[in-house]
Design a protein around this ligand. Structure first.
Ligand code: G1P
Ligand code: ZN
Length: 543
């Protein structure tokens, strides 16, 4: 088995977005496409000689083939070892954990997260650093540069490695260790949470429905919730990962997890409903008759985390991405915690976690996490909720009602306009950007603008600056609208409009979200001219 060097040329557009390189699967399957990008990662991290990596993915179509290519390329570039999840599977948080536990030089995660999978859907590759977190911008910039300069890649000619059997084998000079994708992760969860308390709650009749959406968390949730914690058999539904996620869209929100929503809104609903996404880093929480928005969930977790072993010493600080609602800020203020505001994407939390400035963080896009790994973690969030409910004995609805009574409520919704013509979307953002300086002090449909700017982030740990992170307009009284273009979409542009309004009036707390936000929604359209500029009269998705 000798490494072959294959001549190649740069392929345009190999630029990692918010979370790795995502493209249509057929694009990834084009000649040299995957190989060019993988070689560019190796080149950007200073080569692979003597290094150890973790490799796994969410099981989507092409996951198995891509894994074999990546292994052959790692072997050809002199890697010492690759630790692979059995069947080339690993959830994103489990991969992050393995990188950390085994102190590897990083890892490759094959996933397009919550995007659908299949030959006509999406595939993706991301590189995580030795701290277990997504590559930061300076590393992804080096990758992009490497993709633009690539002239050749190295690959071993070899048979497929058997990834179905646990144990160590060799590929050329490189070791391949196939590990149980669940075991280390499950052990970590047991350390963080009071499993006895959760077990006792299930024994006393508490019911849960975890919808794995035919994606990677099925095996994790079955092992932990059903087999270890004693939730009734069948509590985990859609628990077998499938290459096209059962034809569904593995994004845990009320639209794509509608089946779960329907069950939870019915009379005989379980006590807690939850779902996770394609690669297991997102979560949705819903109580009986009570959907919990991700921003609210983050705030509730911040307010109650100290009730669980993982955070018994209290939180160091908290962080949220800029477009995430400011419900978290209210908790931080009352509890005297530092609260950081970062750009969208998990990579920005890594430095704050590494530096010990925060212990809990999250995004409005159903991502919540802590310093236990360097990714958001879907099942972890569900376990944290379960642990809190086991301690307080409250229902989800009661938890929310009590939370709003103590902290006030931030109504919040994200409106997405998908596959918008890229030029039109860019023109709209540009026009709005130009308007921002004149907005403060003006009145729009009865609300006065307090501030308006384009968000830029100065990382307090490494001093790096990230610009162009979204346009934000805040109003007197706590309303806010944020506009940004998605960095993960694969067709045209996706315009995200994040709408928030604050209330301290208890008589409003149970209002329906879109209704409570109707004024801000009109302002959002008026301000940016969404209808004229995109030709759309309504968003494709409201979460
Ligand atoms: C989206 C979410 C963002 C999340 C990312 C990866 O990115 O908005 O919060 O970190 O997916 O899961 P976007 O498409 O908005 O760039
Ligand atoms: Zn994901």
């Amino acid at each position: 088995m000798t490494p072959t060097t294959v001549k190649t040329a740069p392929i345009p557009g190999q630029k990692p977005g918010t979370s790795g390189l995502r493209k249509k699967t057929r694009v990834f399957m084009e000649p040299h496409y995957l190989e060019n990008f993988i070689q560019s990662i190796w080149n950007a991290i200073g080569g692979l000689s003597g290094k150890t990596l973790v490799l796994g993915g969410d099981g989507r179509y092409f996951n198995d083939r891509a894994a074999q290519v990546i292994l052959r390329m790692a072997a050809a570039s002199g890697a010492a070892k690759v630790i692979v999840g059995q069947g080339a599977l690993l959830s994103t948080p489990a991969a992050s954990n393995l990188i950390r536990q085994r102190k590897t030089d990083g890892g490759i995660i094959m996933s397009a997260s919550h995007n659908p999978g299949g030959p006509d859907e999406d595939f993706g590759v991301k590189f995580n650093m030795p701290n277990g977190g997504p590559a930061p911008e300076d590393a992804t910039d080096r990758m992009v540069k490497a993709t633009q300069e690539i002239t050749e890649y190295h690959i071993l000619e070899a048979q497929d490695v058997d990834l179905s059997t646990l144990g160590v084998s060799t590929l050329g000079e490189m070791q391949v260790e196939v590990v149980d994708p669940v075991a280390d992760y499950a052990a970590l969860m047991e350390k963080l949470f009071d499993f006895n308390a959760i077990r006792a709650m299930f024994k006393a009749g508490f019911t849960v429905r975890f919808d794995a959406m035919h994606a990677i968390t099925g095996p994790y949730a079955t092992a932990i919730l059903e087999e270890t914690l004693g939730a009734a058999k069948g509590s985990v539904v859609n628990g077998v990962p499938s290459p096209d996620f059962g034809g569904g869209h593995p994004d845990p929100n009320p639209i794509w997890a509608k089946d779960l929503m329907d069950v939870m809104m019915a009379g005989s609903a379980p006590d807690l409903g939850a779902a996770s996404d394609g690669d297991g880093d997102r979560n949705m929480i819903v109580g009986r008759g009570c959907y919990v928005g991700p921003s609210d969930s983050l705030a509730v977790l911040a307010a109650n985390a100290h009730l669980t072993p993982a955070f018994s010493g209290g939180l160091k600080g908290v962080a949220r991405s800029m477009p995430t609602s400011r419900a978290l800020d209210r908790v931080a203020e009352k509890r005297g915690l530092d609260c950081y505001e970062t750009p969208t994407g998990w990579k920005f939390f890594g430095n704050l976690l590494d530096d010990g400035r925060i212990s809990l963080c999250g995004e409005e896009s159903a991502g919540t996490g802590s310093d236990h790994v360097r990714e958001k973690d879907g099942l972890w969030a569900v376990l944290l909720w379960l642990n809190i409910l086991a301690v307080t004995g409250k229902s989800v609805q009661q938890t929310m009602t009590d939370h709003w009574a103590e902290f006030g409520r931030n109504f919040y919704s994200r409106h997405d306009y998908e596959a918008v013509d890229t030029d039109r979307a860019n023109a709209m953002i540009e026009a709005l950007r130009a308007k921002l300086p004149k907005l403060p002090g003006t009145e729009i449909l009865g609300r006065t603008v307090e501030s308006a700017d384009e968000f830029a982030y100065d990382d307090p740990v490494d001093g790096s600056r990230s610009e162009g992170q979204g346009l934000r307009v805040s109003f007197n009284g706590g309303g806010r609208i944020v506009y940004r273009l998605s960095g993960t979409g694969t067709v045209g542009a996706t315009l995200r409009v994040y709408i928030e309004d604050a209330s301290d009036d208890p008589s409003t707390f149970l209002s329906e979200t879109q209704h409570a936000l109707s004024e801000m929604i009109s302002i959002a359209d008026h301000l940016a001219g969404i209808a004229e500029n995109t030709g759309r009269t309504a968003p494709d998705v409201r979460t």
